[in-house]
Ligand binder design. Structure first.
Ligand SMILES: Cc1cc2nc3c(=O)[nH]c(=O)nc-3n(C[C@H](O)[C@H](O)[C@H](O)COP(=O)(O)OP(=O)(O)OC[C@H]3O[C@@H](n4cnc5c(N)ncnc54)[C@H](O)[C@@H]3O)c2cc1C
Length: 313
């Protein structure tokens, strides 16, 4: 393949392009944390992407507003909705706001500054460069439209100043590797534990609508419940020395709607790095050669939570 040097299921080097030019990075074991499993893709890995009709969750261009008056907003929060739900629904009916979902995620940084996860960009495949460019352009246009609406509509936001947009459009869904084990919605619902768990997930299934007219899918586990994420789901079939960590691990589409969140990605990254270090220490390049109990013991010693059964491993 063009972007990796690979032979017999082993990646020898990743080809990178940067300011210095083109180089090859050689390694015994590679961790593919590109979120789209780019390295695995270029090495000939197998994938699924999106739903049955190729539908993908939308992206969002997040942004930060400054010069807000949090107290004033909170004083009238009920009227507008803490997530702006009431105000958005009214504006949608009146035609003054063009967003698909009646929800804005507002994260206050201080009393004058907040980050917004607000508005969707549809039809973007985040593993395609042209789509990413279009997503960035459409996203920034939408951010300006939303900012103007917030200034005109929401008490406390009249003097809002757009301080920052995301460097790129945020992408919720692209490729999922086909790994040694495909984690399923049934595993999620049954809160299954696996002998090779390297993390546990308790986040709800959160699949954002692929089209402006379709709905959100949300499925919660009961409080305190969780399921395991097995090491096998990080191993792409047919490739011997890559561990995938992040939102592109081997799951079905519904489960990806849950495992994609940041705490899981952190935990998978830690597990992937720890596994690679254990393998490197014994001179092995083969990810399936791992002593899984040693990996789990090491993760627990580092503070990972693998469930009650592993607390004293
Ligand atoms: C709008 C939005 C809101 C969200 N809200 C939440 C939330 O509230 N809570 C939550 O937990 N999760 C949330 N998520 C989900 C979560 O943020 C992501 O799924 C998660 O961060 C993905 O982590 P990752 O490690 O897979 O990839 P990333 O964190 O995206 O890291 C991938 C890295 O690899 C680099 N990279 C990619 N391709 C290449 C390449 N070919 N060569 C070199 N480098 C490359 C990228 O630049 C990036 O630095 C949200 C997602 C979106 C889009």
């Amino acid at each position: 393949m063009g972007h990796v040097l690979a032979q017999d299921g082993l990646i020898e080097a990743a080809i990178i392009h940067n300011k210095t030019g083109t180089s090859a990075i050689k390694a015994g074991i590679f961790i593919d944390a590109t979120s789209d499993a780019d390295l695995t893709y270029h090495a000939g890995g197998q994938f699924e992407k999106g739903g049955d009709e190729g539908e993908l969750q939308p992206g969002t261009m997040c942004f930060v507003l400054n010069n807000l008056n949090r107290q004033q907003f909170m004083a009238e929060e009920e009227r507008y909705g803490s997530d702006l739900k009431h105000a958005i629904n009214k504006a949608k009916v009146e035609g003054t706001l063009k967003v698909a979902r009646d929800w804005a995620g507002i994260s206050w940084i201080n009393d004058h500054t907040a980050g917004f996860n607000f508005g969707h960009i549809f039809g973007i495949d985040g593993s395609n460069t042209d789509d990413l460019t279009r997503g960035a352009m459409e996203g920034r246009t939408l951010v300006h439209h939303i900012t103007e609406w917030l200034k005109a509509t929401i008490p406390g936001f009249e003097h809002a100043f757009l301080a920052q947009t995301g460097e790129q459009v945020g992408i919720r869904e692209t490729r999922r590797i086909i790994g040694d084990y495909i984690l399923t919605a049934d595993d999620f619902m049954e809160c299954r534990t696996f002998p090779d768990d390297i993390a546990r997930n308790a986040y709800f299934i959160d699949i954002h609508m692929a089209k402006p007219t379709s709905g959100m899918t949300m499925v919660h586990l009961a409080p305190g419940e969780s399921h395991g994420i097995p090491y096998r789901s990080l191993l792409p079939i047919g490739i011997e020395n890559v561990i995938v960590a992040g939102k592109s691990i081997s799951t079905d589409r519904a489960t990806q709607g849950s495992t994609r969140v940041m705490p899981n990605c952190f935990a998978m990254g830690e597990a992937a790095g720890t596994a690679a270090a254990i393998l490197a220490a014994k001179g092995s390049r083969l990810t399936r050669n791992i002593d899984i109990e040693l990996l789990q013991r090491t993760l627990v010693a580092q503070g990972a939570w693998l469930g009650e059964a592993y607390v004293t491993v």
